[in-house]
Design a protein around this ligand. Structure first.
Ligand code: B16
Ligand code: MG
Length: 219
């Protein structure tokens, strides 16, 4: 039996992954770097500064930036992102999520958030979901980023549930790797591809439902 479900935030609870994409796109444009949706997949679940390093690696002729310049670019990206998320409202919770949360609650299953974003609390507040999760763990308090399991293990620990009874839900490759490294059951949500290490592959959050999840978990 599933005892807890731990959700990624950006791209699973709401489509802020799109705003991360747009904000990095503005930085890429300023720097004259190529930037595609396909490349952006590599940035999902990846920390702000590591995302910047990947983006700068796209340059045809590599340029070395000082730590101060890197910090400045990362801060600018975050300012763009913070402007974009001002438009987030409770109507932006992705399809199927509220229904699943209600089912989990009815069955006594605990819930948590495991996000690589330092803006996680702001997004949760804009969605009006402060009361919907037993724990919210974000990057601000952690030493290691996804694919390290730390964020998922910290959430499980706070909920008092052994990782083997936890399900993790992710839209990022690094995130699914983190869930598996934590010893949890992994659900990967992606329109583009499946992941062989995921225990369940779905195209969309609307396909999430408690009985199907429990059946696959027990199988
Ligand atoms: P921030 P998640 C991740 O959030 C995003 O997927 C990733 O694109 C972003 O770079 C990272 O948060 C850091 O976000 O710049 O707001 O600290 O998907 O783990 O909820
Ligand atoms: Mg995500």
């Amino acid at each position: 039996q599933i005892q807890a479900v731990i959700f990624d935030l950006d791209g699973v609870i709401t489509d802020t992954a799109e705003y991360h994409y747009q904000a990095w796109g503005m930085i890429a444009k300023e720097l004259g770097l190529p930037f595609t949706r396909e490349f952006n997949e590599n940035l999902k679940g990846v920390s702000r500064i590591a995302s910047l390093e990947l983006l700068l690696g796209q340059a045809a002729t590599p340029h070395t930036y000082s730590p101060e310049e890197m910090e400045e670019m990362a801060t600018r990206k975050n300012e763009f992102y913070q402007q974009l998320i001002q438009q987030v409202t409770p109507a932006d919770v992705l399809p199927g999520i509220s229904e699943l949360l209600a089912e989990l609650k009815a069955h006594g299953v605990k819930t948590g958030i495991a996000s690589a974003s330092k803006n996680a609390f702001t997004v949760i507040r804009l969605l009006g979901m402060e009361k919907d999760f037993g724990v919210i763990v974000d990057a601000a308090k952690l030493a290691r980023n996804k694919p390290d399991p730390e964020v998922f293990l910290t959430a499980a620990d706070a909920l008092g549930v052994d990782p083997q009874f936890c399900v993790g839900v992710e839209d990022a490759v690094a995130g699914v790797e983190a869930i598996k490294a934590a010893g949890m059951f992994a659900v990967y949500i992606s329109l583009q591809e499946n992941m062989s290490i995921a225990d369940m592959n779905l195209n969309h959050t609307a396909e999430l439902n408690y009985s199907e999840l429990n059946q696959q978990f027990a199988a």
